[in-house]
Design a protein around this ligand. Structure first.
Ligand code: FAS
Ligand code: PHB
Length: 389
């Protein structure tokens, strides 16, 4: 089989790229290791930058996002019983949109299927060959049957545990990583959100986040030990702990209920450089990971897709190679700023096991400064709503 762009991975990065290319008449084939239902069953991101929204509009997939997504014009930050608000619109003129990654992925699958897009599921043993030549190809198996996909370009959208990054030779790759000494225990519950906006909470017991998916579907997180497993936490224990980490006024309003999903995500900062090798281009989690504190994971996948999509359009439209030759440099410039923001916000909001009394004083002073200083709030708001592409 032959196509123009072989896309490894049917998560949001791969699907968004495939749909955008389709709109421009560029062929692609998406190879996904799991089933569609498995991909849709993963509960992940919840906050979209306007840049993501614009890409979904360009892909013709934004109708439900506009109908069901919630515009958020600010967020709350709390420490102990103190709470203040960062007004995104006042500082940047831009809101964010709360709309779950699951729904984004569902909308993209729907669009690909409506366009009779080539999606292959349950693919195994994917191997990328000749990426450094002008004629790369991919070999893989489906139900034990060996297949070969010839292409002009390969987009590695297969996440942190995929094969694409590993295809770039070790002596070419440079990897940067920071592991955090805690995880996030997340719960989804069919209860009304405690607040109409998000609450990022720093408490002496650790971090908590109050988020949502819709008026009757809430998403909550608490910082937990890396040795915890979801089974260690009953719903009651989770709710009691969450209440102890958010301001009393909010805790008194919290509506609890049975968890319909409960999972623990480890936190890591990670970047691989370069994000391309010959005609192989890495997008999203295949190239970089951020702690979810700044809601940048999905949103940096989007800016990667934006750069690669425009580079491929330029190549196929008029043969120019400037975009494909500078993809990695462009993507990394924005990625590192998002890495910094996610690291900074995680450092501000979490309690670290090795934190000294002095470190704690610095953290509270940082929160007081953010609370009282307009420039600090503007900087936070500009990073949170998303730096320019
Ligand atoms: P993904 O990992 O989503 O998709 C990669 C796809 O490639 C998967 O479907 C996988 O099955 C497939 N694949 C892997 N190997 C393959 C192979 N060899 N062959 C074929 N297919 C292969 N971000 C936020 O902004 N906020 C959050 O709260 C948040 N929470 C998260 C929680 C968890 C547990 C994780 C892991 C991530 C979270 N993220 C969050 C980040 C997340 O949203 C990612 O940024 C987003 O999924 C990136 O999308 P992709 O790059 O498409 O990678
Ligand atoms: C979520 O709703 O899942 C969410 C929101 C904001 C974050 C992380 C996760 O920073």
């Amino acid at each position: 089989m032959k196509t123009q762009v072989a896309i490894i991975g049917g998560g949001p990065s791969g699907l968004l790229l495939s749909q955008l290319l389709h709109v421009q008449g560029i062929q692609s084939v998406v190879l996904e290791r799991k089933t569609k239902d498995y991909v849709l069953g993963r509960i992940r991101a919840g906050v979209l930058e306007q840049g993501f929204v614009r890409l979904m509009e360009e892909a013709g997939c934004a109708d439900r996002l506009h109908a069901e997504g919630f515009q958020h014009e600010g967020t709350h930050v709390s420490y102990g019983d103190e709470m203040f608000r960062i007004d995104f619109v006042e500082h940047t003129g831009t809101p964010v949109v709360v709309y779950g990654q699951t729904e984004v992925t569902r909308d993209l699958y729907e669009a690909r299927e409506a366009a009779d897009g080539k999606l292959e599921f349950n693919v195994e043993n994917v191997v990328i060959y000749d990426a450094e030549t002008g004629a790369p190809y991919v070999e893989y198996e489906v139900d034990g049957e060996a297949r070969r996909l010839e292409c002009d370009f390969v987009a590695g959208c297969d996440g942190f545990h995929g094969v694409s990054r590993q295809t770039i030779p070790l002596d070419v790759r440079r990897e940067y990583e920071k592991l955090y000494p805690f995880g996030w225990l997340g719960v989804l519950s069919e209860t009304p959100p405690v607040n109409h906006e998000l609450i990022y909470a720093n408490s002496e017991r650790g971090f908590a986040l109050c988020s949502m998916r819709n008026a009757n579907l809430s998403r909550y997180y608490i910082q937990c030990s890396l040795s915890d497993s979801p089974e260690d936490w009953t719903d009651e224990a989770f709710w009691q702990e969450l209440k102890r980490r958010i301001p009393k006024e909010e805790a008194d309003k919290l509506v609890t209920g049975p968890s319909i999903e409960k999972s623990i995500a480890p936190l890591r900062s990670f970047v691989t450089e370069p994000m391309q090798w010959g005609r192989l281009f890495l997008c999203g989690d295949a190239a970089h990971i951020v702690p979810p504190t700044g809601a940048k994971g999905l949103n940096t996948a989007a800016s990667d897709v934006h750069y690669l999509y425009h580079a491929l359009c330029d190549y196929y439209r008029d043969g120019t190679e400037e975009g494909i030759n500078t993809y990695s440099q462009k993507a990394l410039s924005r990625i590192w700023k998002a890495e910094r923001f996610s690291w900074w916000f995680s450092s501000l909001m979490h309690r670290y096991p090795d934190q000294s009394e002095f470190d704690l004083k610095m953290q509270i002073a940082d929160l007081e400064f953010l609370r009282s200083n307009r420039a600090a709030q503007q900087a936070m708001a500009e990073n949170y709503v998303g730096l320019p592409y």
